[in-house]
Design a protein. Sequence first.
Length: 348
Amino acid sequence: MHKKLHEKIRDHFINLGKKYKILLPVAVIGLFITLLFTKMFHYIASASKRFACAAFVICCFFIGSSFAFPIFNPDNGFVTDGSEETMIAAANDSNLNFAPEDEIESAAAEETDTENVAIKDESGVLLDEDLVYLDDMLKDLPESEEEEPKPVETAAPTFDPFDWRLTLINKQHPIPDGYEFVLGDLSGSMKCDERIINDLLTMVKAAMDDGVKLVICSPYRDLERQEMLFNRKIDAYMKKGYSYMDAYKLSSQAVTIPGSSEHQVGLAIDIVTDYYTYLDDGFADTDAGKWLAEHCDEYGFILRYPKDKEYITGIEFEPWHFRYVGKQAAKLIMDSGICLEEFWEKYL
């Protein structure tokens, strides 16, 4: 009967040790290594399917990861051709597929990126515990606020990429290391970057003077809160039968990935109104939604995730999510109909 290779090697080292006493240590080491590799080979061979499945899942995770957003390039972060056609083509050529609108909208009624304290009644409306009415703070608001210094007019406006107001935060650009800010109180446990409070209050008061009631429902969120919302979103999709990878991709379109949320630096504010507290596209058709879309830039805010810009921002249309960038940049962004990513590509 023919011996297998490992048996021949084993016998060779045994005979070597018996024949040459001086080479006994070498024979023992060789015999040990032979036995070790033999055992490993048999174990891997007996569990080959298990290892193959694990390798396949790992490869699929890296290939399908939502961090791999293909319309950005490593040189400047974005496609060099800023045209809408180029960006749409790049997105269409990629493997990044946005969830069908009916799937995202149905899930958004349950839990969305806008939740701060997820307490809702059976209809999905935020309860009073989630809402911040700034009436008391408005009483102490001075009649005239100090205007942001107006830049010297030039042919092409210039902006400082290190300006805290313009910090780009998204899936491809997480919160910078060492980013510092001080939180200021709005009401109860609700907070935001203290540097934007005066402009926020001035905007709320101006809306009130125009007969529009603005209500804050989600300002600053810490990392722990963002992780909880994101993981809960994944769980909700997995309960519907999605795989973890599909659930992760779908979740990243509705809830910002922890560590890359503007809420975590206190610059993002989610706003509803007193008679419409649904967190959905319908807010855009309310008086408050229309007023904000028209006037938010006057107070340094922009609509952060505009409609038809999902292929750039990676986030679905959120008519309630506003981001502070300062008055000059806000006017330019809103007048041009661009998103913050496009602003960075063109001006910074």
